[in-house]
Design a binder for this molecule. Structure first.
Ligand code: NAD
Length: 278
């Protein structure tokens, strides 16, 4: 099927699930919130800063639920800086007071800054680790405490990156935050497997979102990016969201502790496309 004609008839694998998606005001987080809603979940759209993007995500999620025959679920917007412990605690209090349950946490919020590593400002470094990694840890703790207290399991899906395993020079804090996702995902997966809680991650490659605004709209720069991708194109947020929906669903009931790289083959050492080693 040509990439432009992908099927839009999704299954309804997430009916009855309540899911929190962090950083859902745009990009991959928005696509995940909408996809989960399309599959029947009730979603909490976390945002930080202006509410505008989150309002748009909420409207898209509501339309998606209604279009797919899931009625009018109690989708909600919840403001919190994922780099702030008090904000995270308040966010979970709000959601659990309203829904009384949570089934799936998507740790998606993240950002990056470029700097030569020897000149990386320590405050910038700390903030990136606080949002991308520590925020995911703190959200996971809150979700796990709830899953354990109510029994019956749950799932956590971390938005990692190819940079969990591929170094990104000039982005030291980002690379460390995503490498840390591997330890977070695998350790929690093992610790909580006996309680029916699955913990996985998705590792996107180059995806068409605002985080990549420096090159997505520039044909020349985009061409350079594309030339490094074995499948020959940049990914869409919807293609990444599909992996999250799979991992959240019973179709992934026997999968835990894994990172699925949705990267068009970038983790395959593309330099080996043509043999040069023998
Ligand atoms: P994006 O910049 O469009 O979205 C990031 C989202 O995180 C935004 O909604 C932003 O408001 C939110 N966010 C940032 N700081 C926050 C904070 N302190 N509290 C709450 N929310 C916060 O970028 P994206 O591409 O959609 O990125 C989403 C995730 O995907 C990130 O974790 C990113 O590292 C990861 N990722 C993206 C790509 C890609 O190519 N786009 C590749 C690999 C991994």
């Amino acid at each position: 099927m040509p990439q432009t004609e992908r099927s839009t008839s999704f299954p309804s694998r997430l009916v009855g699930q309540y899911a929190l998606v962090t950083g859902a005001s745009q990009g991959i987080g928005r696509a995940v919130a909408v996809r989960l809603a399309q599959e029947g979940a009730t979603v909490a759209v976390n945002y930080f800063g202006s509410a505008e993007g989150a309002e748009e995500t909420l409207a898209l999620a509501l339309a998606a639920s209604s279009d797919r025959g899931h009625g009018k679920p109690d989708h909600v917007m919840v403001k919190a800086d994922v780099g702030n412990e008090q904000d995270i605690a308040a966010m979970f209090e709000t959601i659990l007071a309203r829904w009384k349950r949570l089934d799936c946490l998507v740790n998606n919020a993240g950002f990056q800054r470029e700097s030569p590593s020897e000149a990386l400002d320590i405050e910038t470094y700390r903030r990136i680790i606080d949002v991308n990694l520590n925020g995911a840890v703190l959200c996971a703790q809150k979700a796990l405490a709830h899953f354990v207290a109510r029994g019956g399991g749950g799932s956590i899906i971390n938005c990692s990156s190819i940079h969990q395993i591929v170094p990104k020079p000039g982005y030291l804090a980002y690379s460390i935050s995503k490498s840390g996702m591997a330890g977070l995902t695998r350790t929690l997966a093992l610790e909580f497997a006996g309680r029916g809680i699955r913990v996985n991650a998705v590792g996107p490659g180059a995806i068409d979102t605002p985080i990549n605004a420096a090159w997505t709209g520039d044909p020349e720069k985009r061409g350079v990016v594309t030339s490094h991708i074995p499948l020959g194109r940049v990914g869409t947020p919807e293609e990444i969201a599909a992996v999250f929906a799979f991992l959240a669903s019973e179709d992934a009931s026997y999968i835990t502790g894994q990172t699925i790289y949705a990267c068009g083959g970038v983790t395959l050492f593309p330099e080996f496309r043509e043999n040069w080693a023998s």
